[in-house]
Design a binder for this molecule. Structure first.
Ligand code: NAP
Ligand code: MG
Length: 481
């Protein structure tokens, strides 16, 4: 328990730390050795309402600060996080398990949201126009929507929060964050850093809780809450959308994915392998953007698979805190068991496991980089989010067929296409029913780009100008002068 100096483990409400009103706590595990890292306060619905009250109390003052003043605070948050990135990355690895490189990339990505939205805070532009018939003027401005409830998953303990907090603060909103129970420590530390950067007490509150449904439900039923921004599973997202409907709260939903990765006959194979490694293995496959279904043109299958298996086989698995480790443990036993079951199901249905496929003994939720080919259409591996280091490969012959297969999912977050022919690539992008496409790239996430999905993958966008809109309400003034 003394592993981490200065660790925050209590609720963070109105700038002070306090235990849960019930006195309850829960354990946070280190997935590398299944030991307890810390015991964290488990907020109750009453605590959550206290956090909403704290956020509401400072909402007006924060929203009335000049955009430049809010921008300066966000800029300091970027600088502080950048300065302390190694300590934050270590904390991410400790509670999530991911390798050091992945953790550092996550912190850099998180910091970039504070930088980007420090710039966007001063670009909240309205319009003035003339009513076509009446002669009145139409003044449109975008104002802070109100208190936001932010619910985040465990796969990016810092970034999924930063991607919501930064635009909310830029817009002039105050927030209550409910981090995932697997990984609340990073968010508690980030809240302290934000206050050090000059975020006034109460503007960012954090309520870890083992009773997530009751806590989030109570907050959404509080009329002071105007936005719910959620990242997590489609299943929980649907529940939150129902509550948001009852309470008429603005929803922003970043949900699950089932990304296809298409390698065309004319692809640059080295580029495709590099992109595939990023799209599959970034964050150990524990990403909503992870390539879930590989469709490789039959004419290049052998060349692609050979190089891809070599690259996957070269990855080093171990404790993410150690130097040179590419692959840490998965976050928990449930996630590891699901990955294992998906591979077993595919193998039972006739797929061939070319690499990995067997979990090592000993403590820690490890599962090795795994490549499975000849995956039959009825394998669960192609339908469910794998959320682990397993590549499921099929071949295709015809462009229209592969587009139809890629689109044959309820999800629509991201797709990847590799081809040397840009006209073909762009044509395919237009036919793919996904909110984002990586064209000859295995990484689409960027603070300056609108991240988000269509279909069951979500509603709304994070990042870019769009991300701030989720925390703004439009007001129009009709005036004659
Ligand atoms: P999850 O089970 O949906 O949990 C996400 C968050 O919701 C956690 O904070 C969780 O709290 C909370 N939660 C659970 N049940 C709730 C309820 N009934 N009411 C309110 N809140 C509730 O998802 P996960 O297992 O942490 O994360 C994996 C999923 O997230 C995957 O499906 C992945 O695709 C998705 N994801 C999507 C994106 C994206 O941007 N589209 C990014 C990352 C992850 P507890 O931890 O306390 O249960
Ligand atoms: Mg969960």
């Amino acid at each position: 328990m003394q592993l981490i100096e200065g660790l925050q483990t209590d609720l963070h409400i109105g700038g002070s730390r306090r235990p849960a009103s019930s006195g309850e706590r829960f354990d946070v595990m280190n997935p590398v050795d299944e030991t307890v890292l810390a015991s964290v306060a488990s907020g109750t619905p009453e605590d959550a309402i206290a956090a909403v009250a704290a956020a509401h109390e400072v909402l007006g003052a924060w929203g009335r600060r000049s955009p430049r003043a809010r921008a300066d605070v966000l800029r300091r948050a970027f600088e502080l996080l950048d300065t302390r990135k190694h300590a934050f990355a270590r904390l991410v690895t400790l509670e999530n398990g991911k390798a050091g490189g992945d953790a550092l990339a996550e912190i850099n990505y998180s910091a970039e949201f504070f930088r980007w939205y420090s710039e966007e805070a001063c670009r909240n532009l309205g319009t003035v126009s003339q009513a076509p018939a009446s002669g009145a003027r139409i003044l449109v401005q975008h104002r802070p929507a109100g208190v936001g409830v932010l619910v985040t998953p465990w796969n990016y303990p810092a970034a999924m929060g930063a991607r919501k907090i930064a635009p909310a603060l830029a817009a002039g909103c105050s927030v209550v964050v409910k981090p995932a129970s697997e990984t609340p420590l990073t968010m508690l530390a980030l809240a302290s850093l934000l206050e050090e950067a000059g975020v006034p007490p109460g503007v960012v509150n954090v309520i870890p809780s083992r009773s997530s449904g009751a806590v989030v439900g109570a907050m959404l039923h509080d009329p002071r809450v105007r936005v719910v921004s959620f990242t997590g599973s489609t299943e929980v997202g649907r529940e939150l959308l129902k509550t948001a409907a009852d309470c008429v709260v603005n929803p922003a939903m970043e949900l699950g994915g089932n990304a296809p990765l298409i390698v065309c006959a004319d692809a640059d194979i080295d580029q495709a392998v590099e992109g595939a490694m990023q799209a599959k293995m970034r964050n150990l496959g524990e990403a909503c953007t992870a390539a879930n279904r590989f469709y490789v043109h039959a004419s290049v299958k052998e060349a692609f698979v050979e190089k891809f298996v070599t690259a996957m086989g070269a990855l080093k698995m171990g404790n993410g805190l150690d130097a040179g480790i590419d692959v840490g443990p998965l976050v928990n036993a449930q996630t590891r068991d699901k990955v294992e079951a998906l591979v077993r199901d595919a193998a039972n249905k006739g797929a061939r496991v070319l690499l990995g496929g067997t979990r090592p003994g000993g403590p820690g939720f490890f599962y090795p980089p795994t490549v499975v080919v000849d995956v039959p259409d009825n394998a669960d591996l192609l339908r469910e989010e794998i959320f682990g280091p397993v590549a499921a490969i099929q071949t295709f012959e015809d462009e229209d067929d592969v587009i139809a297969k890629a689109n044959a999912t309820e999800y629509g977050l991201v797709a990847y296409v590799f081809t040397r022919d840009m006209a073909r690539g762009l044509r395919m992008c237009e036919q793919l029913e996904f909110g984002m496409v990586g064209l000859n790239r295995g990484l689409v996430s960027d603070p300056a780009a609108p991240f988000g999905g269509v279909k069951q993958s979500g509603i709304g966008r994070e990042g870019a100008t769009e991300g701030m809109r989720e925390f703004l309400e439009t007001q129009y003034v009709s005036v004659v002068w």
